[in-house]
Design a protein around this ligand. Structure first.
Ligand code: ADE
Ligand code: ZN
Length: 326
């Protein structure tokens, strides 16, 4: 089968998407108008033109600024449902979504407002679009441990609907070790753990995520290739990497898509998966990530099928649900 047709028809599983990163410029302006929030760009075109990033921090600054338009339960509902509709049209059948409560609670938006809006949309998405989902609460690593503990406490009434905790935001200078105790507390609550590591940070952060945070998946992880012993360990442990190719190129990790290591990760036997990260900011959702990597790296039909199977294997699903996707 032609790889373009295969990508289009592949039932897709997404394991790394920040719901706040699905806020399209049109929606950002609509929420701003509705909520009386001012935006420092005159229109959608000017905002989109500002999406030229040179590293993770230059993106995060705009991403957190964009969050300011999200105020009500209805905003979080519409944001999430719009994402689900877009990816349902791309053949996504299951998605595991990050949310950043601290970027909202620090602006005075209640945890319940964020959580209720997102989870109402997830229920609606399953009912009307047939997409299954899981929610992953991310701690912002540029904030301190006490703030993460406070966030975990606020999440307590909702833990039956949160599958895991994660770690995102500015990586360099904020190693996984900073959150060892809060991740231990999350595991005691029965939560799984994941962490962004080896996106901009060194291979050592990937080791810390494994050894100290006891993660079930590494988010990004692309810098593992700088450390052969680490690659061997990740292969031996069959540790999934949730790779986000368009994101890595847009944030300057790799100059061009043809420099991206996705194919090398697969060839080394790693359990790599393809994901969109912050699709409204990086130029594409799941299909665009598959299409761009296939074109630039010459992914074969086998590579594409392997990426699809890896994501099903790495998903936080029970055996029955996994079987249904295979
Ligand atoms: N938050 C949203 N997107 C992120 C990324 N790519 N890395 C770290 N934190 C993030
Ligand atoms: Zn991410």
């Amino acid at each position: 089968m032609d790889t373009g047709v295969l990508i289009e028809r592949l039932p897709k599983v997404e394991l790394h998407v920040h719901i706040e990163g699905t806020l399209e410029p049109e929606q950002l302006f609509a929420f701003a108008r509705r909520n009386g929030v001012s935006v420092r760009y005159p229109d959608v075109e000017a905002l989109r033109a500002a999406y030229r990033f040179h590293d993770l921090q230059s993106f995060l600054d705009l991403y957190y600024e964009g969050c300011a338009v999200l105020l009500t339960e209805q905003d979080f509902y519409e944001l999430t449902l719009a994402y689900l509709r877009r990816v349902a049209a791309q053949g996504v059948v299951h998605t595991e979504i990050f949310f950043d409560p601290q970027s909202h609670t620090h602006r005075g938006v209640a945890f319940a407002t964020v959580f209720d809006g997102i989870s109402r949309a997830l229920a609606e998405g399953e009912r009307s679009l047939g997409i299954t989902s899981r929610l992953i609460l991310c701690f912002l690593r540029h904030l301190d441990e006490a703030d993460a503990f406070d966030t975990l406490r606020q999440a307590e009434p909702y833990l039956d609907r949160i599958v895991a905790v994660g770690l995102d935001s500015s990586e360099v200078g904020h190693p996984p070790s900073k959150f060892e105790r809060v991740f231990a507390a999350a595991r005691e609550h029965g939560l799984l753990t994941v962490a962004h590591a080896g996106e901009e940070g060194p291979p050592e952060y990937i080791r810390e995520a494994l050894d100290l945070l006891k993660v079930s998946r590494i988010d990004h992880g692309v810098r593992c290739l700088e450390d052969d012993a680490l690659v061997e360990r990740l292969v031996a442990e069959r540790m999934p990497l949730t790779v986000c190719p368009l994101s890595n190129v847009r944030l300057g990790g790799f100059a061009e898509m043809r420099d991206h290591p996705l194919k090398r990760l697969l060839d080394r036997g790693l359990c790599a998966t393809v994901n969109s990260d912050d699709p409204a900011y990086f130029g594409g959702y799941m299909t665009e990530n598959f299409t761009a990597t296939q074109a630039a790296l010459g992914l074969t039909a086998d590579d594409i099928l392997t990426l699809g199977r890896n994501a099903i294997e790495a998903a936080f699903l029970d055996a029955d649900a996994r079987e249904r996707l295979l």
